[in-house]
Design a protein around this ligand. Structure first.
Ligand code: WTA
Length: 649
């Protein structure tokens, strides 16, 4: 752990209660009701979660609830179900049959709406196509795609067969894609000839071609025609999406799988250079994703729910696809950038599609603030009734701006805290019940028992900062790190004995509200994207000219944190802007453009302890603009620090 105590400076006294009108129609409509459900779930967790899980359709009902052999859990293990059946077939039997499941808008402005019946048909056909290509239950399929309906179709088709999908965000480079394909041992990749982004085309197929030259297990590549761009082609391996579908039947019964069957693997950054393959289950995951979507977003049949996250991240998995569809809701999906063709694209989309629930990241909100409120005010946003945020701590001023300028002062704001590993939202207001305080994720959801503790695991008193842990297992929690159970145990259950360690700092105020204070490990949060400092460091040192690198975060007004790299070059190399540029592009090629350092600082040496550990705390202070005030008694060579400070001036 990087720091052993956390100081909390934020004081915020504003409070907003849900309007009587909102509360009256909400699923949970008072704090008293929330407290009642919460208390019941604490008293009888198995009873509570069994009740929630029974809202899904089980092919074979479960009799067991939690089996916990710390740190490994199973939920509902003797039950069988299928996620695709729950998200699609289940809704075909009633009035939702012809309701919009997905409203999709492409960046160029094309719109497609898929009703539940239509989406079901497309999913069945693609599942049959996958079968014909040799995909079986238990296989891994990699999806490297733009935000187009075929991505959701591919996910649900995999789920229908019991194949495990591994989605790689389209912003990752060919190298990063290759590592993820190899780790998951995927045999098939689905991609596209490109995706539209900010008026240009993201060349996904090129990256796949490059990646799989080193992935012998990949037998087939299915390519969606999206942009019409010219792509290289390998006969026998590559196949157009429509060819894959030619002549397939639309009849494909969903394959019931065990509740613990892995629905997906999603790679996320950790504290080492190697990303972790977070494994999620079927029954527990869907139970909690479905119930949180309903509770936190107060989802009803008339809503149009828009979560702006890319499906390549966990937020898109849980709240663009699985959560809304499990509830028979209408989910809006947008392909492109928020500033194309104009700075008002999002507000234009909300106005035209009458979006009622809008869920986005604080980084995006801070960007909108910078662009100016004239962009939202040009549009009729009166369809909105609820706003949400996720991904990083939201500063109270951004919260206030969002509430006033997007929500017109009438929409509750739910600040939802969770992680790739938690699968679903764990700490969040319930919009019809919880009085909100700008900047706080408020209270844990029923069934979730968090705590703020010190390094030894002792609970901290109110308002004292500490480590956020979760005391009890929950159904949507990760099951393991793919092929690395030891890392799972070490990462999440050894730091604070017996408790799930989140890696976040937090404090709890006297009302029991949680205030998240950011990562306390070596993980950065840049624009709501997790990035391990070690990952960027290993990318840098793989460059011929780099001898040593240390990467830290510095606060950034828009992106939350920005990457700052301290680099020592191999002897004889002269620091220059050209070298800087090369290194920046090298990081882009190794990981992806979003990981490029905002600043690279050359140093003759890095500050180290006598035992040779890089003193990141000092680098962080220097990167943040303050002149390393902290304790330097363990520093091996004090002149190194003086030199770094000098460079700053
Ligand atoms: C941070 C995204 C403060 C946190 C769902 C966490 C937040 C990491 C919030 C997970 C929030 C997420 N307030 N911080 N409401 N939501 N975080 O895995 O540091 O991409 O550990 O999952 O984002 O990021 P991940």
């Amino acid at each position: 752990m990087a720091e052993d105590h956390i100081t909390s400076l934020l004081k915020e006294s504003r409070q907003f209660s849900p309007s009587a009108e909102f509360a009256a129609r909400a699923h949970v409509s008072s704090m008293a009701r929330y407290e009642e459900i919460y208390a019941h779930a604490v008293r009888d967790p198995d009873g509570y979660w069994a009740e929630v899980a029974r809202e899904l359709r089980w092919t074979k009902p479960f009799t067991k609830v939690l089996e916990w052999e710390a740190p490994f859990c199973k939920w509902f293990s003797d039950g069988r179900l299928n996620v695709s059946d729950n998200c699609l077939d289940r809704h075909l039997e009633g009035p939702r049959r012809n309701k919009a499941a997905l409203i999709w808008e492409g960046e160029p402005g094309d719109v497609r709406t898929l009703t539940y019946l239509q989406l079901h048909r497309e999913v069945c056909r693609f599942a049959n196509a996958l079968k014909r290509l040799g995909v079986c239950k238990g296989d891994r399929v990699c999806l490297y795609m733009p935000m187009i309906p075929e991505l959701a179709i591919s996910m649900l088709a995999c789920a229908r067969l019991g194949a495990t999908h591994s989605i790689v965000f389209g912003g990752f480079s060919a190298d990063a894609l290759r590592d993820r394909i190899l780790d998951a041992d995927a045999k098939l990749v689905v991609t596209a000839d490109g995706g539209h982004r900010r008026g240009g085309v993201v060349a996904l197929k090129d990256a796949v071609d490059e990646a799989i030259t080193q992935c012998p297990a990949v037998q087939r590549v299915v390519v969606v025609r999206r942009t019409g761009s010219k792509v290289a082609w390998k006969e026998g391996r590559d196949l157009w999406w429509d060819e894959a579908l030619s002549g397939v039947s639309a009849d494909c019964p969903a394959e019931p799988v065990d509740a613990e069957h892995p629905l997906f693997i999603l790679y996320t950054s950790g504290t080492t250079g190697r990303p972790k393959g977070v494994v999620h289950s079927t029954g527990g995951y869907l139970t909690q994703v479905a119930s949180t979507t309903r509770m936190v977003f107060d989802l009803g049949d008339e809503d149009v729910f828009w979560c702006t996250a890319d499906i390549g991240w966990v937020t898109g998995h849980s709240y663009v696809v699985y959560g809304p569809l499990a509830n028979g809701a209408t989910s809006l999906m947008y392909e492109g950038a928020p500033n194309f063709p104009g700075l008002d694209r999002f507000w234009d989309i909300i106005e035209r599609h009458r979006v009622s629930i809008f869920y986005t990241a604080p980084t995006a909100i801070r960007t909108f603030i910078r662009w100016g409120e004239e962009h939202p005010t040009k549009h009729d946003l009166s369809s909105l009734r609820l706003l949400g945020t996720v991904g990083e701590p939201i500063n109270p001023e951004a919260w206030m701006w969002y509430h006033a300028n997007i929500g017109g002062g009438r929409c509750p704001v739910v600040d939802t805290w969770w992680q790739t590993e938690t699968g679903a939202i764990l700490i969040s207001p319930l919009p019809g019940a919880t009085p909100t305080k700008p900047g706080s994720a408020t209270r844990p959801l029923p069934g979730i028992v968090p705590a703020v503790v010190d390094k030894e695991g002792r609970p901290q008193p109110p308002d004292k900062g500490g480590f956020l842990v979760i005391e009890r297992p929950w159904p949507a929690m990760l099951r393991t790190i793919y092929r690395d159970p030891d890392r799972y145990r070490a990462q999440y259950f050894s730091q604070i004995e017996g408790k799930y360690f989140t890696g976040d700092g937090a404090r709890r105020d006297t009302d029991g509200y949680y205030w998240l204070m950011g990562r306390i490990d070596d993980v950065l949060n840049v624009s709501g994207h997790r990035l391990g400092t070690a990952e960027v460091e290993s990318a840098l040192v793989s460059h011929d000219l780099v001898a040593e690198a240390a990467v830290v975060g510095r606060p950034d007004e828009i992106t939350g944190q920005a990457v700052v790299a301290f680099v020592t070059l191999t002897s004889g190399t002269i620091p220059s802007d050209e070298v800087k540029h090369d290194l920046t592009e090298h990081v882009a090629a190794q990981i992806g453009k979003f990981a490029r350092p905002a600043a690279i600082r050359f140093a003759d040496a890095l500050p180290k302890t006598r035992s040779g550990k890089i003193m990141r705390r000092l680098l962080k202070e220097i990167a943040g603009g303050s002149s390393a005030q902290g304790d330097t008694t363990t520093l091996e060579d004090i002149s190194v620090l003086a030199k770094l400070r000098e460079d700053e001036e």
